[in-house]
Structures are given as C-alpha cells and as structure tokens.
Design a protein. Structure first.
Length: 76
C-alpha cells in the first residue's frame, strides 16, 4: 500500500498525510488554467507547512506562486 505525503511548496518538507496533520497545513487553489508539475501540487491545490506559513513567509501565497514560477498570475 502506498503512503501519501504532504509536500511543502516553500521548504520541501514532507509529512505523512492524515486528518490531524492535513488540517494544520495551509492550502492554496491555483488559478484556473494554470498547470504546474511540482510535488507540492495535488489536483490544482498547493500546500504549505505550518512553519513556513507562520514564521518564514507572512505572505506565503505570493511566495508559493513565485516558487512555482507563476508569480504574475492573479488569484480569484
């Protein structure tokens, strides 16, 4: 059986996915029409770990999009 992991788009941290761990991570839906191949992207949603969101990247949405190379795309 395969094990699923959450991947942080900002620091590349991996954590086993579960109800409690998944609830602590932030999610950002990518804008319509944007397709990105990255371990942190799953079904057009990108994830960031609590540490990056709280301490390192106060504006983590912009940092996540910049990491993915889609920094100029407007979020709806």
């Amino acid at each position: 059986m395969a094990r699923l992991y959450l991947h942080c788009v900002l620091c590349s941290r991996k954590q086993a996915e579960g109800l409690l761990s998944g609830a602590a991570w932030e999610a950002l839906a990518l804008p319509a029409g944007v397709t990105v191949e990255h371990p942190a992207v799953h079904r057009s949603t990108v994830r960031a770990c609590p540490g990056c969101v709280a301490q390192h990247h106060r504006n983590w949405h912009a940092a996540a999009l910049a990491t993915l190379g889609v920094a100029g795309v407007a979020l709806l």
